[in-house]
Write a protein that binds this ligand. Structure first.
Ligand code: PLP
Length: 392
C-alpha cells in the first residue's frame, strides 16, 4: 500500500482532506458484496435478505461508535446529499408554520452548506452567516446572540476543510441546550458537518450534544459512494429524494451496499487507530509548520495553532498564487490543494481565507493535508520544497 502512494511516479500525496485511498481492510470487506452477496436489500428472496442483514449490521456498528441507536443512523451516497437533506429537509418541515425559518451557520462552511443556504434564502429562509475570528473560530456567545424565535437550525462545521480550525462544538451545544430549556423551544436543532473531524476527534454524538451529524466515507479511507447522517429520533426531516422509500423513507434509491459495508469497516478501523494516528500526525504537522516558518518569511500560517485538526497545514504564500503554486508542487511530485477540492480546479479566491481577514492573500493559499501513508521523510521533503518554492 505504502509503495503505491510514495513511489516516484505517484509522488507524495498531501491532499487527504480531498479524499483518502481505501484501506486494505476496507477493500477486503467489500469484494463479497459486489460478487456473491450482491442482492438488493429490498428484494424478498434470500440474497435480498442477506444484503438487508448486512446493512443492519453496518448500521448497528456505526451507531455504536457514534454512541446512538441504530434507528438514528441513515446511509446516503455523499456528505453533500446528507447536508442537503438536513438543511432542505428541516426547512421544508417548518416552512408551513414559520414565515421565514431562520438558519444560523458560519461564513467558512463547505460549499455544500453555504450554497444550500443560499438556495434556501431564495425559497424564503433567513440565514445568518456568523463571521469567524482571525483563526477561523466562532464562539458559543455569537451563536447565542443570533438565536431568535424563528431559528430552526444551527449548522456548524466541526473542522474546517481548508484551514483545519476545530470549532467549540460542545460549548455551542450547551448554549443551545440552555436556550431551549429557558424558552421551551424544542424545534431548534443543532447539526454538525463532521466530515473532516472523523479521523482524529471525538465523534460520539451524545458527548458532543448534537441533534444531527454528517460523516463522509471517502474521507476515512473508505470508498466513494456512502455517507452517514445521524439524526436523533426527536428530529423530523422531510425527504428531498422520494421513490421506493429506502432508509425508512428519508432517502429513496437502492442502497450502495458495498460502499456502506466499507463505510462501517472504515469507521471501525479509524476508531481503532485514532489515538495512535493523532499522536503521530500531530508531530509531523508541527514539524512541517515550524520548520517552514523558520525557513522562509514568505509564507503565513492560516488557521489556529492550538485549535487545529492534527493533519492540516495551510499557508498563504505572500508572493505567489495557488494557480502557480500547485503546478510548481506537482513538478516536484508533491500533491497539494489550493483550498477545498471542489473549488481548486477553478482558482477562485478562498472564502475561508477572506473570512479570516486575509483577503489580499485569498488566491495564495496552499493546503497540505497529511494522512496514514505520510511518513517523516515525506514531510522532510515537503518542507524543503515548500521553502524552496516560497523563496524562488
Ligand atoms: N463537508 C466538508 C467539510 C468537506 O470537506 C466535504 C468534502 O470535501 C464535504 C462536506 C462534502 O463531502 P462529499 O464529498 O462526501 O460530498
Amino acid at each position: 500500500m505504502q509503495a503505491i502512494h510514495k513511489n516516484k511516479s505517484q509522488g507524495i500525496y498531501l491532499d487527504y482532506a480531498a479524499t483518502t485511498p481505501a484501506s486494505d481492510r476496507v477493500l477486503g470487506e467489500i469484494q463479497n458484496y459486489y460478487r456473491e452477496n450482491f442482492g438488493n436489500p429490498s428484494a424478498m428472496h434470500l440474497l435480498g435478505q442477506k444484503a438487508q442483514s448486512a446493512l443492519d449490521e453496518a448500521r448497528s456498528a456505526v451507531a455504536e461508535i457514534l454512541g446512538v441507536s441504530w434507528q438514528e443512523i441513515y446511509f446516503l451516497p455523499s456528505a453533500t446529499e446528507t447536508i442537503n437533506l438536513v438543511l432542505r429537509g428541516y426547512f421544508n418541515f417548518h416552512k408551513k408554520d414559520i414565515d421565514a425559518p431562520h438558519i444560523i451557520t458560519t461564513n467558512i462552511e463547505h460549499s455544500a452548506v453555504i450554497n444550500t443556504c443560499r438556495a434556501l434564502e431564495e425559497e424564503g429562509a433567513r440565514v445568518t452567516y456568523l463571521p469567524v475570528d482571525k483563526e477561523g473560530l466562532v464562539t458559543a456567545e455569537q451563536v447565542k446572540n443570533a438565536l431568535s424565535r424563528d431559528t430552526i437550525l444551527v449548522s456548524i462545521m466541526y473542522v474546517n476543510n481548508e484551514i483545519g480550525t476545530v470549532q467549540p462544538i460542545r460549548e455551542i451545544a450547551s448554549t443551545i441546550a440552555e436556550y431551549k430549556k429557558e424558552t421551551g423551544d424544542d424545534k431548534l436543532k443543532f447539526h454538525i458537518d463532521a466530515v473532516q473531524a472523523t479521523n482524529y476527534l471525538d465523534i460520539n454524538a451524545k458527548n458532543l450534544g448534537v441533534d444531527m451529524m454528517t460523516l463522509s466515507g471517502h474521507k476515512i479511507y473508505s470508498v466513494k459512494g456512502a455517507s452517514v447522517l445521524y439524526k436523533n429520533e426527536k428530529t423530523t426531516l422531510e425527504p428531498i429524494v422520494t421513490g421506493g422509500g429506502q432508509e425508512r423513507g428519508l432517502h429513496s434509491g437502492t442502497e450502495n451496499v458495498p460502499a456502506i459495508m466499507a463505510f462501517a469497516e472504515a469507521l471501525r478501523e479509524t476508531e481503532e487507530i485514532k489515538d495512535e494516528e493523532t499522536e503521530r500526525i500531530t508531530v509531523l504537522r508541527d514539524k512541517f509548520i515550524n520548520e517552514v516558518l523558520d525557513g522562509t518569511d514568505k509564507v503565513l500560517l492560516n488557521g489556529s495553532h492550538s485549535r487545529r485538526v492534527p493533519n492540516n497545514v495551510n499557508f498563504c504564500f505572500k508572493e505567489k498564487s495557488s494557480e502557480a503554486l500547485i503546478p510548481a508542487f506537482d513538478a516536484e511530485d508533491i500533491y497539494v490543494s489550493g483550498g477545498s477540492a471542489c473549488a481548486s480546479r477553478v482558482p477562485e479566491p478562498s472564502h475561508v481565507i477572506s473570512a479570516i481577514g486575509r483577503e489580499e492573500f485569498a488566491k495564495n493559499a496552499i493546503r497540505f493535508t497529511l494522512g496514514r501513508q505520510t511518513k517523516e521523510n515525506d514531510i522532510e521533503r515537503a518542507i524543503d520544497i515548500t521553502i524552496k518554492i516560497a523563496n524562488e
